[in-house]
Design a protein. Sequence first.
Lengths: 342, 358, 361, 505
Amino acid sequence: MSNNANGLNLRFLRSWEGLLTLILVIVVLLNIRLSPFFLHGDNLINLFGVSIEKIIVALTMTFIIINGEIDLSVASVMGLAASFMAWLTDKGMAFPTALLFGLLIGLVCGLINGFLIAYLELPSLVVTLAGLIAYRGVARILLEDRSFTGIPPWYNDLGTQPFLGPLPLALVIFFVLFAVAIVVLHFSAFGRYVFVIGNNKDAARMSGVQVRRIKMMLFIASSLVAALAGLLYVSRLGAVRASIAEGFELDIITIVLLGGVSIFGGTGTLVGVGLSILLILSLRNGMSLAGVTGNTQNSIIGLILILSVLIPNLAQQANQTWKRREYVSRPKEQSITRESLP
Amino acid sequence: RAQSADPIKATKGKKIDMVLLPKFLGIIVFDQANQGAQEAHKELGNTGKLEFLGPTADNSVAGQIEIIKAATTRGVNAIMISNNAGDQLVPAAKDALAKGMKVVSWDSPIAPDGENLFVSQVDFGALGKTMADMVLDIIGPNGGEWAFLSASPDAANQNAWIAATKEALKDPKYAKLKLVDVVYGNDKPEDSYKAAQGLVDKYPNLKLIMAPTSVGAPAASKFVQDEKLCDKVKVSGLAVPSEMLSYTKNGCAPEFALWSFVDLGYLTYYTTYMLAAGDIKGTEGETFAAGRMGNYTIEKDPGRKGGLRIVMGPFTIYNKDNVEAAAGGPAPAATMAATMSGTMSATMAATMSATKAK
Amino acid sequence: MSISSTPRRPALRLERLRELSLVIIIFAVLFFFGTQVESYFNPRFFRTVTTGVMIIVVVVVGETLVMLTRNIDLSVGSIVGFTAYVVGRMVADNNSLDPVILILLAIGLGALLGLINGLLVSYGRIPAIVVTLGTLALYRGILVEFSGAKSVTTATLPNWINELGQINLFSLGPLDFRVLIVPAIVVVILFQLVLSFLPYGRRLYAIGSNPEAARFAGMPARRIVMIAYVLCGALSGLAGFMFLARFGNLTVVAAQGLELQVVAAAVVGGVSTLGGSGTMIGALLGAVLIEVIGDSLIRLRISEFWKDASLGLFILLAVASDKVIVGRVRDLALRNRRRAEVIPSQVPPSPAVQEGSAHVQ
Amino acid sequence: MNAARLTLEMRGISKRFDATQALDNVSLQLYAGEVHTLLGENGAGKSTLIKIMTGVHPPDQGEILLDGQPIRIENTAQAQLHGIAAIYQEPMTFPDLNVAENIFISHQGRGGLVNWRNMYRDAEAILTKLGVKMDVHRQARGLTLAAQQTVEIAKAISLKVRVLIMDEPTASLSAHEVLQLFNLVKTLREQGVAILFISHRMDEVFQISERITIFRDGKLISSAPAAQVTPQSAIRDMVGREMGSFFVKDKGERGKLLLSVKNLAKEGVFSNINFEIYQGEVLGFAGLVGAGRTDVALALFGATPATSGEIIFDGQPVTIRTPHQATQLGIAYVTEDRRGQGLVMPMSIAANMSLPMLRRYLNPLGLIRRGEERKTAEDYRKQLSIRAESIRLQANKLSGGNQQKVVLGKWLNTNPRLLILDEPTRGIDVGAKAEIHSIINRLAQQGMAIMLISSDLPEVLAMSDRLLVMREGRQMGIFNRENATQENIITSAMGRANEPETALA
Ligand SMILES: Nc1ncnc2c1ncn2[C@@H]1O[C@H](COP(=O)(O)OP(=O)(O)OP(=O)(O)O)[C@@H](O)[C@H]1O
Ligand SMILES: Nc1ncnc2c1ncn2[C@@H]1O[C@H](COP(=O)(O)OP(=O)(O)OP(=O)(O)O)[C@@H](O)[C@H]1O
Ligand SMILES: [Mg+2]
Ligand SMILES: [Mg+2]
């Protein structure tokens, strides 16, 4: 748990983030040993490149989860923004204008989610699950079974060619957003409110915090960023289908949770999420290079996800049991699961 | 196929690292393709590696891209792709081509500028006509309503076959066949089962479900059988004989078709190996010998502008007469009772009459 | 605002209210589609809904047990797929396997997978969502790895399994009740009774309601949570068998994504993700509501491409109207009685304190 | 009393939390049939000792003996097996369970079925004995703090216990409920239960205790039969110095009218509330638990807005629909429920203090100036003598009384025009209480309008310029300082003289 106001502090670094760093170092060393290609500049960019859209959305997802909510609709919003943009272009709209409208539809989705969650106080899980189905459905209505390939080459180049130095545009955007997110979440009033609400919504409201407004803003931001990521995805793929980005939400949420953000809200840091991004991406990259793909790759990530929490927990538990032994001899311990503690 | 008098032969024993990339893992037909590729791998004495790498079903598009990217980075010599990502694979595939890799698509093609060539299991136009014929054959000359149960709206090959079928339906002899809907079963038995259920609920007069997917066809058959509707609604499509045996025998799915995926994997491997070994250039008109499968010629793909293909050829129509024999395993095409080539009409008619004779 | 001095009968409990509201919404949906679709109410539709919902219902009962404790099980889809496939392969290899043994195997296998989840969550102290996201991938991965991508097909299954899905238990007029819905009904009733009348059930609520207080009250919370996972796994195993019997043809991706449908049904049915509230009846109604909407939309003859958008919209509408109905009725109820009364009693303090009276028979 | 049998003994207990030595080699004996009271300043270690007794915390050192036998208590279940039960300082109810279940949840063993009918019946019986009538079918969610406390008491006495520990059970109860509770305690005592009692209310302590033990800074200072202790000596032992006199409220200058409330009502909760508050005035609110005082405050603060009536603030009619609006107007509300609504527990003291006034701590870029924030927190730590190693400490690591001080500090820092204090001294030790009273006094002198809700009758009587009495959601009257006597208030709060409850007065 965190001491400091917005949850960024040294003690935390010594535990969760420290652990992530350790695992990350191990994984990177293994990757370097096992694959001569890992350290190639191309590969390092690739490492981010293949998941860049997911990690961009992971940033806003961090805010949402710390706030005690969840947004399952992000991948569908990505798909809808891309499909809407494609549909408009297909209908003859100028491409840059269509891009703007792609963002706009993200805004609309955010408004819908935000209104239902913040003002009607429906559970975000249900609202965004319905959104996941519905927004994807709208994308389907727009593109049906067609594939849209009328992306202008300059836009396609944005996604595939270096933009700044060796970095493609999406990666530049990610780094900028990451920096902004850190400042906002850990140093600004807005970020403080996000934590406060995630910890104790009642206390926040009773302290004059405008809980609804903050929630509304978060869901709008989440959908907007998702729309942006969807459009960036198009620039990388060069084509749009209604199914674009399907199923990304689970990967995005996994990244955030592995970053040490509690699903019940109130705790977590972007440093942790950053480390978790590096860890998962290096793992995936390393395994892909080693020819481990598909379900096996997922299984290994799942296993690491579990072990990374289990091992320190067991160590701590053993330590505690040992301590208790010093004054009692019956070793039966009874307590409740950690995550269920408020 | 088999046009040039002097087909090019493969240089055996080279070291060529290859990746066989299916749409996703966990479906029998792709494993059969892998079987065929491994067979060719041994036969050609490739000292390099053949890896069978695929994404998960729920992450197919992004997963395919990731695998292509990783293969490119690792400097694999050639990659064989069954595209499940529409045009979205193109940038990654182009990248691979630019790095000097050979990219061959099979089963489901990529856009022409993202590949060297496409190993087509059948001529798509012919397949469309065959499906139309099967519909006509099963629901009879009086016609009626029928629908497609496809895998997903994003599967390039499925879409192409459906389009080809619609094209074929323009022939007046199919005038009474009314295609009412296309629904999708996501290549999952339970979704396909429910999609079939939805079709029957939606169209009370439905006479046939055409499922050009190896997962959809048995699932749809199971549904009509469960609902005791086999007399009313028939199932047809593209399916693996061993999975259709009982439905074909009890009349729920009187007729369906398939080619051998083992052969497809074998041929794809052969083609790709020769391309990467420099035996063939991958240009139109080249004819080469693909081991046990005989000779093939690279030709223009009529369905895809600027695309090249080779057509594997024979596929089989299965009915109650031949399904049992085939069900033992995916038998090579040669042993089948009725085989068809790209321009099949004669054999087709023969099969038809065989069915009608009953 | 006078205060009655006689003890009040329990007014409409919140949980009953939710259930009632769901029933109203289900009828509203049925009514709406009844006016839109010709011969909407036919026996086939009844069968479609009942058979469509039965597997989800069995799983959602297990999920509810877990969710009540403020935990979650996202691996249920993988457990259902795993058991369905493994049991399917077993019986395909040995067609003479006894049905009872087969079902017990399915349940046992599910329970085992649930036990792994439970141990990791309660004794490993790993957040439930992390554990089950992990095992979601892990169980599926193991299945894909060891199956060799072969499918289970009806051709290889013994006849009794293939026919199980078609056996009619009884018919009520034109309505057929298929035998496979029996486990669903039994499971819902049984576990609703567990929740209402067994101390174990009440403790699930207590733990989810206030974990810290549960600890302070000396409840064996770890064991209780673990058992919930084992039960959830076992029920998923049973559902796996039902899955096999219903679909017959299985690939290794069987039941993938089921977890979302299950969680959706539970949450729509009023089971809180924050634990402590929800009932089996509610979860059942949630599952039925979603199934009815989905099945009805198909009947509308809208294009395949419009299906999902409408489904999402309808779910939202249903949840929003549920919220409104529950809110309204509760306001009314509150208005009619005074709030939480802590009123000085007229009874003089009596000297004897009743000791440790037991409420457990 | 000499014949009393030693039931539970704690020997040489020490406990350290990070930098805080919460307990330092303390020993304590509980005798059967005796009420033993623990006294000490906020953060002296009282609650920690209790948590060690019930197995919530393991001690670093020391041993526990029951009937002379050393026992191991590793968790609350084991403590219960030994017959040790506790009412904790903060109520531990299950919001989703109903009142009856909350009372009996610990009884439900593993086997058998829950018999709801008997459970409701018995729950009603126990509550009746406690002198409260509560709908036992009602969910515990939304119960007032006092009601939760009552449920906790009912829960503890329903268990068959040998040792009953009560950590500030009376903090939010009014005189009437306290009396009922003490009657129950007396019967338990007669049955031979050993009782450990904690309270900061001196009059109660001397009314009920047989033995008084005093802690300071985690150390045991004195332990003696109650007869040998006087309030003065007790306070001296607790605080380490002599304390001045008790409450003082200067007759301040009454400024201009700030707030006037007309016919305020909330359907089913309260109705027809009319009062005015002037600047520089302290308006007290008295009443029994559940009289609706908190509800009126919540309506004024916009947390649960009133359904009808008029609020005129500073000459303007206003509608307050959210706490945010209220804070914008300059209204502050110190909640009675510090855990639920007052504090963001895992956050630091500093972050909690700055929360309502965060915009004051922003630099032009909208970033928080941590230095300023800490400075403020540091100031209030000194002023309110908050016992914490650092203002970076998480709020949940503070003792109950110190948490209360943080909540107070947080709102004092907003420098409001109208300050609503709801049980501001709940759980606060005598020394700090006097400090808070003098702060209230000073703020009033500076022209702040203060609404003081308190169940501690001597406190409201001493601190208020005028006193509004409520009963069951109705305003019974407003008393001036002159005619606000203890008897008047109690009579008014309990209902008219012809009603049977007056028997108590
Ligand atoms: N979990 C904890 N972590 C760190 N410090 C703690 C923890 N619990 C208590 N403390 C510290 O231990 C000391 C004793 O606290 P305790 O709660 O026992 O005080 P108390 O005597 O009950 O005070 P009060 O009258 O305010 O309730 C305090 O300084 C407190 O900050
Ligand atoms: N039935 C109820 N449902 C929800 N909340 C309730 C209900 N009854 C009371 N409350 C809440 O309880 C709190 C305070 O109630 P109330 O005004 O009765 O207490 P009070 O008169 O201040 O008594 P106390 O002496 O306990 O402070 C408020 O938060 C109020 O909204
Ligand atoms: Mg205390
Ligand atoms: Mg109050």
